[in-house]
Ligand binder design. Structure first.
Ligand SMILES: Cc1cc2nc3c(=O)[nH]c(=O)nc-3n(C[C@H](O)[C@H](O)[C@H](O)COP(=O)(O)O)c2cc1C
Length: 190
């Protein structure tokens, strides 16, 4: 895959082959891609916690909110849940925020996952109880959870219509459709 193909293929996936494990070595290799990403003032305040066992995964899953535009869908069913997670953390002793760093780092992780046949989803809808559930020290703030696994759904990009509706939808063939605004609609002519 060239870069354009990789970017195109890197879609948010929310249904996985839960029985296909993702090793901690694989997760560490993905975090190594995040480690090399740009960082404001080169402070590198992001830290990562990995989970890839049924016990650890079960501690994380109930604290996540899935697909807000599909309110009738309670999230992935047992058997289709993520096989692994990378919890992205801010070390508040290093920086007070890291929003831009987080975007770059998480995209590196997701691009790397796609390259090796995995898929993932950033989850920012996280219950405040996750911090305690995974026994984190106070100085580490949870910013994002990246759910990962072998994909069990197809995700398809659509062109957003002129009615400005950017909500994704699903069809009965298990395809998840994601509207993207047209290039001409996001470039402002100076
Ligand atoms: C910062 C951020 C937070 C997100 N949080 C959630 C979330 O809490 N739950 C979820 O199901 N998807 C979440 N997503 C995934 C978006 O819904 C997804 O990126 C969007 O629908 C576009 O699909 P795509 O990633 O395939 O382009 C998040 C994405 C980003 C970038």
């Amino acid at each position: 895959m060239n870069l354009a193909q990789l970017v195109h293929a890197t879609r948010s996936c929310r249904r996985f082959r839960e029985d296909e494990p993702v090793s901690s070595e694989t997760l560490h290799r993905l975090i190594d891609l995040a480690r090399l990403s740009g960082s404001a003032k080169n402070l590198q305040p992001l830290k990562y916690l990995v989970a890839c066992t049924p016990e650890k995964n079960a501690a994380i899953f109930p604290h996540l909110g899935w697909a807000g535009y599909l309110p009738e869908w309670p999230g992935p069913a047992a058997g289709e849940r993520p096989a692994a997670y990378i919890v992205c953390l801010l070390d508040t002793e290093i920086a007070a925020e890291a929003a831009c760093d987080l975007g770059i780092a998480s995209q590196n992780i997701l691009l790397g996952a796609t390259e090796i046949g995995l898929a993932g989803c950033r989850i920012a809808s996280i219950s405040g109880k996750l911090h305690q559930a995974i026994n984190l020290p106070d100085q580490l703030q949870i910013l994002l959870v990246i759910a990962l696994g072998r994909p069990r759904e197809e995700v398809c990009i659509e062109e957003a219509g002129t009615n400005d509706d950017i909500r994704y939808w699903r069809t009965p063939d298990r395809v998840h459709h994601v509207p993207k605004r047209r290039l001409a609609d996001i470039i402002i002519e100076g």
